[in-house]
Design a protein around this ligand. Structure first.
Ligand code: FE
Length: 253
């Protein structure tokens, strides 16, 4: 299994605090059957993690994991909070795409979607990159107005739902919305967004088990295959997106 979203690099954001935390996280991942993790540290007002630093940290962690006998490979990535000059910074080589592919994570603030997002997601694609909107199921404006997400996906953005959202860690509302997103073909990846091994762990097996039970093996295959294809920069599988339907009202006779 490949996990494309994880805060495993030590001491640079709110994920692993030090190298022993990172090793513990990798061991936990290994137990869940994850063999490859894309390290995606935050880039936002609080954490200034740019490409050079990320690449150096990834190399160091891979050496440490080898020394510790942990069979997990770390690849470079980044989780930039959306901002006006992301393309300018990409040109300055500060932005780290997912394993140097064309796929680029984009995070929205948790309580709204900036007005300029649509234009920026378009401009990112004009640059030859494919934006992946991370955890849309946890954005309160998208929960209220899911048609925003439909529009972004229809216009070529991809999305990633967090495993622990599906397993209910963020509450029932977010769990249900995550399932609606899957049912409407509005997501393409499931990833852990793990920060530690306690409160924010991987939960990938749990999520895939749930997907298997609810939607069948085809969906498990779709999401796991997409993560595999992403790391080699191949095109991923996309189903035709649909609008999220308003909750059906049941009429009893
Ligand atoms: Fe994250």
């Amino acid at each position: 299994m490949v996990d494309i979203h994880c805060h495993i690099l030590p001491g640079i954001d709110d994920g692993a605090k030090n190298i022993s935390d990172s090793i513990m996280m990798a061991k936990e991942a290994e137990k869940e059957g994850i063999h490859t993790i894309i390290a995606t540290p935050h880039l936002n007002n609080q954490y200034d993690n740019r490409k050079d630093l990320i690449l150096a940290k990834v190399n160091k962690l891979n050496t440490a994991l080898k020394d510790a006998g942990v069979n997990v490979t770390i690849l470079p990535g980044q989780e930039p909070r959306i901002y006006g000059d992301i393309i300018g910074d990409f040109e300055k080589n500060d932005i780290q795409t997912l394993n140097n592919s064309q796929y680029l994570f984009v995070e929205f603030p948790s309580n709204h979607v900036p007005r300029y997002a649509e234009k920026l997601l378009f401009d990112i694609q004009v640059k030859g990159l494919t934006p992946i909107i991370v955890h849309p199921e946890r954005n309160s404006e998208i929960i209220e107005r899911p048609e925003i997400l439909y529009r972004f996906v229809e216009k070529g953005s991809l999305t990633q739902v967090t495993a622990s959202s599906l397993s209910g860690y963020f509450g029932k509302k977010i769990k249900n919305f995550s399932m609606q997103i899957i049912e409407a073909n509005l997501t393409h990846f499931i990833a852990s967004d793990a920060h530690n091994i306690n409160s924010r762990s991987f939960k990938m097996m749990e999520a895939y088990d749930l997907i298997d039970k609810e939607y069948g093996t085809d969906y498990v295959y779709l999401f796991s295959e997409n993560a595999e294809m992403l790391i080699t920069g191949k095109s991923i599988i996309k189903e035709i997106p649909e609008q999220i339907k308003k909750k059906k009202k049941f009429i009893f006779f």
